[in-house]
Ligand binder design. Structure first.
Ligand SMILES: [Zn+2]
Length: 122
């Protein structure tokens, strides 16, 4: 038998879930930031993009998902805030059974299946 003790390659990491009150604050802040981003869009594009950036950082830091209704409001690729009709195009793809959202900043497309669609007026 080998005298060397079998050591685990990686240290077991404890789950880094933040306290519930911090998670609650984080979700509130994300909601507020997206509301602010919508308001700021009419005054200037750059500020709303910054709000999205902060909201994403909060969601990653506190491990809080961005809610479904806000997930489609920014570009997956360039992370810019999207306003349908202004800097984003929304089309239905009957062949692929999905919603195509085209970002007009970077020109890339995002697809969402029909079934995943939450009600538009939330
Ligand atoms: Zn984009």
């Amino acid at each position: 038998m080998a005298d060397t003790e079998k050591k685990p390659k990686f240290k077991k990491r404890r789950s880094s879930r933040k306290p519930t009150d911090q998670i609650q604050i984080a979700t509130e802040r994300i909601d507020i930031l997206f509301e602010q981003a919508e308001a700021a869009f009419h005054s200037g594009h750059s500020l709303s993009d910054r709000y999205v950036e902060i909201a994403r950082k909060i969601s990653m830091k506190y491990n809080v998902p961005i809610s479904q209704k806000y997930k489609k409001r920014f570009c997956k690729h360039c992370k810019k805030y999207l306003v349908y009709g202004a800097n984003a195009r929304v089309r239905l793809d009957s062949k692929g059974k999905c919603i195509l959202i085209t970002c007009e900043n970077c020109g890339k497309k995002m697809r969402y299946g029909y079934n995943k669609l939450t009600t538009a007026k939330e």
